[in-house]
Design a protein around this ligand. Structure first.
Ligand SMILES: Nc1ncnc2c1ncn2[C@@H]1O[C@H](COP(=O)(O)OP(=O)(O)OP(=O)(O)O)[C@@H](O)[C@H]1O
Length: 243
């Protein structure tokens, strides 16, 4: 982990200190995060690993402003995200972050191309242009055909490619993936990770991936191992120069 008095916040995609979060009250109280510090460098792929219930999803939800922390600080690309207004949070989630979830979260009534175009359509991009960019992005993620298929007509791997296209179409600086391979077979999971890694390297995107699928650990630059609401260890997988 990069820490120390001289660490420059400006060099980091994510810079978090002492984040705590509890759920519930009294005897039902759960300490989900017990003081999490983490720095992620721009362009880095950081995996957050750890057993079920250790606080992984809580942590990424807080960074993404989907959930309020109890205490702590967090700067994402230098911006103090815990003090955003409601409107700033909405814009931050739409513009800065791309999300990929295990359950794909595609809208069932929309085609692959419409699902991929969604972030642009929400942003107000004209439909024809959004659909053209969606077709290009689907090609980038290896889906050259079946753009008019509905999610119910696609395989798990195809759906996850659409989800990745949708996460990347607006060129977010940070892509947050929660168990992106857990509903996929091994080979398809590896393909999705290669895709994310390749696209991230081409565009300099920072990737934050929550997983307990140790078969994808080798795609990370570093792995933050969590347990019981804390980061216990940071493992370096690849030593790349991020300066
Ligand atoms: N809305 C909630 N209300 C009460 N407790 C919660 C809530 N969400 C999570 N928890 C608890 O907080 C702790 C951390 O949960 P979290 O979902 O962040 O863990 P996780 O590491 O992502 O788990 P998994 O790998 O199973 O998804 C767990 O003990 C969980 O039961």
């Amino acid at each position: 982990m990069i820490t120390g008095k001289d660490a420059s916040v400006a060099g980091f995609a994510v810079h978090c200190r002492n984040i705590t979060k509890t759920y519930g009250k009294g005897s039902a109280k759960v300490h989900a995060l017990r003081g999490v510090d983490l720095d992620i460098r721009k362009g880095e792929m950081m995996i957050i690993a750890g057993p079920s219930g250790c606080g992984k999803t809580t942590f990424v939800s807080i960074i993404s402003t989907l959930l309020e922390p109890d205490s702590g600080t967090c700067r994402v690309f230098g911006r103090d995200v815990f003090h955003f207004s409601k409107e700033q949070k909405i814009l931050y989630r739409r513009q800065t972050i791309g999300f990929v979830f295990q359950a794909f979260n595609l809208l069932p009534a929309l085609t692959a191309q419409e699902n991929a175009a969604l972030p642009l359509l929400i942003k107000g991009v004209e439909r024809k242009k959004a659909m053209r960019l969606a077709a290009e992005t689907l090609r980038d993620v290896g889906l050259s055909v079946r753009h008019n298929a509905l999610p119910s007509q696609m395989s798990g791997g195809e759906k996850q490619r659409v989800a990745v296209a949708r996460a990347l179409i607006h060129n977010p600086r940070l892509v947050v993936c929660d168990e992106p391979t857990s509903n996929l077979d091994h080979v398809t999971g590896q393909k999705i990770m290669e895709l994310l890694q390749g696209l991230a390297r081409t565009h300099g995107t920072t990737l934050l991936v929550v997983t307990h699928d140790n078969r994808i650990y080798n795609y990370a630059d570093r792995i933050a191992h969590m347990d019981d609401g804390r980061i216990m260890d940071i493992e370096i997988i690849k030593s790349r120069d991020f300066s």
